[in-house]
Design a protein around this ligand. Structure first.
Ligand code: LHQ
Length: 260
């Protein structure tokens, strides 16, 4: 598939997806949904892909919904699906695919992320952010909407209720340093180091056994809604499978024989 709104490259087991509508800070239009879903399908299917980096072209990461395209819908109500349907058919499957694909996703937040662009970053497993970048969670409230695409769930899980509320209302810009202090991102670097840092993490993730990483991701995600009892049982269930894999046996042997 020839992509118009993103770039998709696979290099040494790492897929790099670059949202590529820099003139509008990589806001989501219809085409970008289709293309991102397609790229994520490729990621899922391609066994050679062990880790994924999501980033933005130009000075933004992603400014959320393309508001110009949204206005066109409002002007032609006879054609427009409801916003609820738009979320159910476009954003929600995207967010779920990132969470459910058993490969690690890294958001390389090169610049501003607003609205659903914040949600996209939060759906990833790891985040590295440019020191001059920021999150704009209150973009939703400013256009009289509520945070969507998972932000009402991700935010309180990551930073707690009070900070989630503050971010979604009072903060015009949640700067990178604050995001780091709140545990919303894993690292903050100078802008030119964002992608190299993401690549370095991806290279290290690539070296880990993919099934173990995939199942770890699954277990951590389930744990967010499980009781301790359920998590203990789910760990036992997955560990049973993990312990039967040849890579587990081989790595135990390697350790005992003092080889790599
Ligand atoms: C944009 C956008 C944009 C179009 C910048 N669209 N052009 C889901 C389902 C259905 C309905 C609604 O919502 C959702 C989820 C959502 O994501 S709702 C939230 C949608 N996003 C926003 O409201 C963010 C709007 N953008 C901004 O507030 C600012 O652009 C931010 C804070 C992101 C960046 O500010 P600046 O750095 O000052 O840049 P800028 O405002 O000058 O933007 C640069 C260009 O990008 C500009 O175009 P121009 O032709 O003047 O250079 C903007 O119009 C365009 N742009 N975001 N979402």
């Amino acid at each position: 598939m020839a992509y118009e709104t993103l770039r998709y490259e696979v290099q040494e087991g790492v897929a790099l997806i670059t949202l590529n509508r820099p003139d509008v800070l990589n806001a989501f239009n219809e085409r970008m949904f289709e293309e991102l879903q397609q790229a994520l399908r490729m990621v899922e299917r391609d066994e050679a892909v062990r880790a994924v980096i999501l980033t933005g072209a130009g000075r933004g990461f992603c400014a959320g919904q393309d508001l110009a395209e949204m206005r066109q819908r409002y002007e032609r109500p006879e054609e427009a699906v409801s916003i609820g349907e738009h979320l159910r058919t476009r954003y929600n499957p995207l967010i779920l695919r990132i969470r459910n694909t058993e490969k690690p996703f890294i958001a390389a937040i090169n610049g501003v992320a607003a609205g659903a662009g914040c949600s996209l970053a939060l759906a990833c497993d790891l985040r590295v952010m440019a020191e001059n970048a920021s999150f704009v969670f209150n973009a939703f409230a400013k256009i009289a909407l509520i945070p969507d695409s998972g932000s009402t769930w991700f935010l309180p899980h990551l930073v707690g209720y009070a900070r989630a509320f503050e971010a979604a209302t009072l903060m015009d810009r949640l700067e990178a340093a604050q995001a780091l202090a709140w545990g919303l991102v894993n690292a903050v670097t100078p802008a030119e180091q964002v992608l190299p840092t993401a690549r370095e993490w991806a290279a290290r993730l690539r070296e880990l056994p993919p099934r173990a990483v995939g199942w770890l991701k699954r277990a951590l995600n389930r744990a967010l809604t499980f009781t301790l009892e359920q998590s203990l049982e789910y760990e036992a269930y997955l560990q049973d499978a993990a312990a039967r894999t040849p890579e587990h046996r081989e790595r135990v042997e390697a350790f005992l024989q003092r080889r790599r």
